[in-house]
Design a protein around this ligand. Structure first.
Ligand SMILES: *Cc1c(COP(=O)(O)O)cnc(C)c1O
Length: 471
């Protein structure tokens, strides 16, 4: 055994205590840590022959990288839709690493971890008020969940035409219909060989909307008799968090033949809020649903869910079966997660989510979801009531899309956003909405408070005044 490894295996206690204490001090001061940095680390290209041990590595990390870490899981990181990490989720994540399991089958060699994953899926279905006729699993992110769901959808389309696409490959084009799909769905279509240019876009509803006009969809279907196709619905568009009308689409599904996928990466959490759960009503009729856990469930990165109706299980196994490995057994008879999703070996991704669900329950999760909705409303009101800013769309859930009423100086929206982000007090991200440059603030962090929101509104006014007074 290598002498460093031998030494360290006898000193786990002091080693881990150092890490725990560093973790505690990071999290205890995360509210004060900057949300941006001006510096990048130098990237080294040579590996030493002799190792420096874990404490040596820690020292290097602390000197070279740690000071550049931004508070992306802190309360005023409102860029993209970046979630935080709850104490329970961190505990679950640490144990995931320590136990180092690979959740696959249910019996014998597959150990208990697949059962933990299946239980987590059941708890999540309950949290979202979804029926138990969905099966699900964990993948790295909503992008991979969209990919997983659409791979099964692709197999379904083939079957409607008497083909086994997983075996034969795609021999004729597959139509995809959507209105405001997330960029990752387009990426998934490219990866799946379906081709992003086979996407037909249906008009949005009239007014300041990003949701699909279900009447326009029906009109299109009447006038363009089409082979079975894949419909991608949005439960929360990224700019304005708009939702397609799932009740109307469910009705169309009774008359037309399509696979219905809903991307509910963060919008699915509307189901936890008594004030907003109507936004997802009807989503239980979908064939597949994507939800991210590393966004609004506030578990560490790489955690997302796919839900696929159990009745499509055979299609799912046909798509993902790892069947040229006889030692893994018959994919239909012996349940094994690796026949249901893209990855073969995975970490026990479900454990951080399981810890969060069990630790905080429906009420705890509802509370931070409702708080974040209130933060978005508070921020939206502040923007509306201000002199220089305006909303680009109504605040529908947890994200605010806004801009300057007018650009007094050229490129002012960008200059302003860069200046606000450079303060390190808050981080927001740019967007373009209906041809206007805008800014998005997404509220998904359990740590965020009403004071954070009012302090950022004050900061925005201060930064803009300074910029406009400069020559
Ligand atoms: C964030 C997001 C995705 C992509 O999720 P990743 O977890 O980054 O892979 C897909 N769809 C929607 C609606 C999203 O908000």
């Amino acid at each position: 055994m290598n002498s460093l490894l031998k030494k360290e295996s006898n000193e786990l206690g002091p080693l881990f205590e150092k890490i725990v204490s560093q973790g505690k001090s990071y999290l205890n001061t995360i509210n004060d840590r900057a949300t941006s940095t001006k510096h990048a680390a130098d990237v080294q290209t040579n590996l030493n022959s002799e190792g420096v041990g874990t404490l040596g590595a820690l020292q290097q990390f602390n000197e070279r990288f740690e000071p550049l870490m931004v508070a992306s899981s802190g309360p005023r990181y409102w860029g993209f839709v970046t979630g935080g990490t709850t104490p329970a989720a961190i505990a679950g994540d640490w144990l995931t690493t320590i136990y180092d399991q690979n959740p696959q089958g249910l019996k014998g060699v597959g150990d208990v971890s697949a059962n933990i994953e299946i239980e987590s899926i059941q708890l999540l279905l309950d949290l979202f008020h979804l029926p138990k006729d969905f099966f699900g699993g964990f993948v790295t992110g909503a992008m991979m969940s969209n990919f997983t769901c659409m791979a099964v959808a692709r197999q379904w389309v083939g079957k409607q035409q008497g083909k086994d696409i997983a075996k034969e490959g795609i021999t004729s084009s597959i139509r995809i219909i959507s209105t405001t799909p997330h960029s990752s769905s387009i990426k998934a279509l490219s990866l799946l060989g379906v081709g992003s240019s086979n996407l037909v876009k249906i008009d949005t509803l009239k007014g300041n909307r990003e949701a699909m006009d279900a009447d326009a969809l029906e009109h299109y279907l009447k006038n363009n008799p089409t082979e079975p196709f894949i419909l991608i619905s949005s439960a929360g568009t990224v700019n304005t968090v708009d939702f397609d009308d799932f009740t109307a689409i469910a009705k169309l599904k009774e008359r037309y033949s399509f696979w219905w996928h809903i991307d509910a990466a963060f919008g699915g959490f509307a189901a936890c809020s008594s004030m907003r759960q109507h936004l997802v009503s009807g989503w239980e009729h979908a064939d597949s649903i994507t939800v991210d856990c590393h966004k609004w469930l506030n578990v560490p990165y790489e955690s997302a869910l796919f839900f696929v109706k159990q009745k499509h299980g055979v299609l799912q196994v046909e798509t993902f079966q790892n069947s040229n490995a006889p030692y893994l057994g018959n994919p239909i008879e012996n349940f094994n997660y690796l026949n249901f999703l893209p990855e073969n070996s995975r970490r026990l991704k479900a454990l951080p989510a399981w810890f969060s669900l069990v630790a905080y329950g429906k009420d705890g999760i509802r509370e931070w979801v409702d708080n974040n909705i209130a933060h978005a409303e508070q921020f939206g009101k502040g923007v509306e009531q201000s002199q220089p800013f305006e909303l680009l769309a109504p605040v529908r859930l947890n994200t605010v899309c806004f801009s300057l009423k007018e650009e007094v100086k050229p490129n002012e929206v960008t200059t302003f956003l860069n200046a606000v982000n450079a303060t390190g007090q808050v981080f927001m991200t740019p967007t373009v909405y209906k041809d206007r440059k805008g800014i998005r603030a997404a509220f998904v962090n359990w740590r965020t408070t009403a004071e954070d929101v009012s302090s950022v509104l004050a900061l925005m006014n201060k930064v803009l005044t300074q910029l406009r007074n400069e020559n």
